[in-house]
Design a protein around this ligand. Structure first.
Ligand code: ACM
Ligand code: ZN
Length: 550
């Protein structure tokens, strides 16, 4: 962290939030660190938009898009220019309108907005800072700015104010399970679009599971051609049922690249997940030699965890995994690949001569805390970790990877509670908090389940998410290991995009304040007011389905 940043951070935290949610104009979600309202207003309609030539091409394009959107929805042209030496002329007051100024002393996700009567000065260092400044301005403008329909009669004034802002956590994630049900590229893009409106920056894409393999792997075409499909799907909550209707789909590598590039423009890094060594029935159905028994196998029609897993005793399994992960690493430029690791049953490994021979070869022994088979999973994880390290990638795994010995450099995703995150951080490992108690968006939003769509159960209402404090229980000095927070959206019971959005929204808005805001800057009542008065209108204009407030 830069020194200037530490000084600024301290200054930001000392100054109380003014204005904020009570003011109908400033209904920004997530709540910025500091908002100080001043007298007067800025007429945004027809204002020119000027972007420092010192910004990179992507930042300039984002600012240009803002100018185009302003012109379209306000009904009056906002011209766009890329002047050189903008900081000096902006300080001299020679430039009016929106003025984006590059300040390399700021952090990449930090921004500052100074709204005066004649000019709105926007400071940022890098792309995400620019995006977040634009997003904040959009939250302050009439909701029409989030759509494409002109709203010439709206009040296109911004109140004079100073806004200084940066996120609390670097990892602000949202997960999507595209295995249990498949969602089109367009649906995924709409998911990313709404994440960007609330400044989330990591998309965890669950691409493989027992019920379907969803990413094309050139070396193993049957993964998608066979493993991408199942012969039926269970009906409602009856595990013994099967509708008998072939179901499936997958993303080609070109589509994956398209989504990755789309996300990047929204300031979002994609974290792909190939769940291993359990949750692999779809892959086994395509290549039965990957399993302990040799099959035959079939991608599953029911929700739940299959006993069949990858055989950890055969070298051919490791060769397969490395080949798959090498293609995945090439498709996804981010630093992390999620290798799953959750809910891996060990019954097959206990019976399999190859797995038992591997256990003997490695000298693995149960020790009362963990079984030899659990240590075998640690071996698989560590091997994938070192292989991916050769490709410049780090691994994330679900908190089961803590059972036994954790691979050096692994990041833990704490889902069965917060304990995994606490344990990881206490031992110097990075962790991301995604506990079922607060962050499972497949859980119900109301106790009145008769009025809700069929779901997995549980209860995670808006207030519960909002109340989550990610650093609770983390020993002093280990806080830096909590990289951030993510909510998970498993789709066993979610077959349509409409239902998916209903589970996501508006809960993701509460999540965004957990991810972005420091505790002293959070207030549930203010948040609810912001939702009711402004934010739900944004969702309406953007055409999202969401659960109405109680
Ligand atoms: C999980 O929910 N099985 C990570
Ligand atoms: Zn085996």
């Amino acid at each position: 962290m830069k020194l200037s940043h530490i000084i600024l951070s301290a200054a930001l935290l000392l100054v109380p939030v003014v204005g904020s949610a009570k003011d109908p104009v400033i209904d920004i979600v997530p709540q910025p660190v500091r908002v100080v309202l001043q007298k007067g207003s800025f007429k945004a309609i027809g204002a020119s938009v000027n972007c420092d030539a010192a910004f990179d091409a992507m930042s300039r394009a984002a600012v240009q898009d803002f100018a185009a959107r302003m012109s379209l929805v306000s009904g009056k042209v906002s011209s766009f220019a890329v002047p050189i030496g903008i900081a000096a002329s902006a300080e001299a007051g020679a430039i009016k309108g929106f003025v984006f100024i590059r300040d390399t002393n700021m952090d990449d996700e930090e921004y500052r907005i100074e709204i005066g009567r004649k000019a709105v000065k926007i400071y940022a260092a890098a792309y995400n800072g620019v995006l977040y400044a634009i997003t904040t301005l959009k939250h302050m403008l009439p909701e029409a700015i989030f759509g494409t329909t002109p709203a010439v009669d709206a009040d296109w004034h911004l109140p004079c104010a100073i806004i200084a802002d940066m996120p609390r956590f670097a990892y602000r994630g949202m997960h999507l399970d595209c295995s249990r049900h498949f969602f089109s590229v367009d649906a995924v893009k709409r998911y990313l679009d709404i994440m960007a409106v609330y400044k989330l920056n990591r998309f965890h894409w669950h691409l493989s599971d027992d019920q379907g393999w969803r990413v094309e792997i050139r070396r193993y075409p049957e993964l998608t051609l066979v493993g991408g499909y199942r012969s039926g799907t269970m009906v409602g909550r009856d595990f013994n049922s099967d509708d008998g209707i072939r179901y499936g789909g997958y993303y080609t590598q070109d589509q994956i690249r398209e989504v990755v590039a789309y996300a990047e423009r929204l300031g979002i890094t994609v974290v792909p997940e190939i769940d291993l060594p359990g949750h692999m029935l779809a892959a086994l159905s395509a290549y039965p030699w990957l399993g302990c028994s040799g099959g035959p196998y079939e991608a599953w029609h029911k929700w739940g965890v299959a006993d069949e897993v990858l055989c950890a005793g055969k070298e051919t399994t490791y060769e397969f995994l490395e080949n798959v992960l090498a293609e995945v690493a090439e498709l996804f430029p981010g630093e992390y690949i999620h290798i799953g690791g959750d809910e891996c049953p060990k019954t097959e490994w206990e019976k399999c001569p190859d797995c038992q021979a591997k256990i003997a070869e490695l000298g693995l022994k149960g020790d009362g805390r963990f079984s030899a088979e659990q240590y075998l999973q640690c071996y698989v994880t560590a091997r994938m970790q070192s292989f991916l390290a050769t490709l410049g990638k780090k691994i994330i795994g679900w908190d089961e990877i803590l059972e036994g010995e954790l691979a050096e450099g692994a990041t833990v995703m704490s889902w069965r509670g917060i304990e995994g995150g606490i344990e990881a951080a206490s031992h110097g490992f990075d962790a991301i908090m995604t506990p079922t108690s607060h962050c499972y968006f497949d859980y119900m939003q109301s106790r009145d389940t008769a009025k809700e769509p069929v779901g997995i159960g549980g209860f995670v209402p808006l207030e519960k998410i909002y109340s989550f404090e990610p650093l609770e229980g983390i020993p002093a000095g280990s806080e830096k290991h909590i990289l951030g927070v993510q909510a998970n959206l498993w789709t066993e019971y979610i077959a349509t995009e409409e239902h998916l959005q209903y589970m996501l929204l508006p809960r993701m808005l509460a999540l965004s304040e957990v991810q972005w805001c420091r505790p002293e800057n959070k207030d549930f009542e203010s948040f609810r007011t912001k939702l009711a008065e402004h934010q739900l209108k944004i969702l309406d204009i953007m055409g999202y389905n969401y659960r109405r407030l109680d």
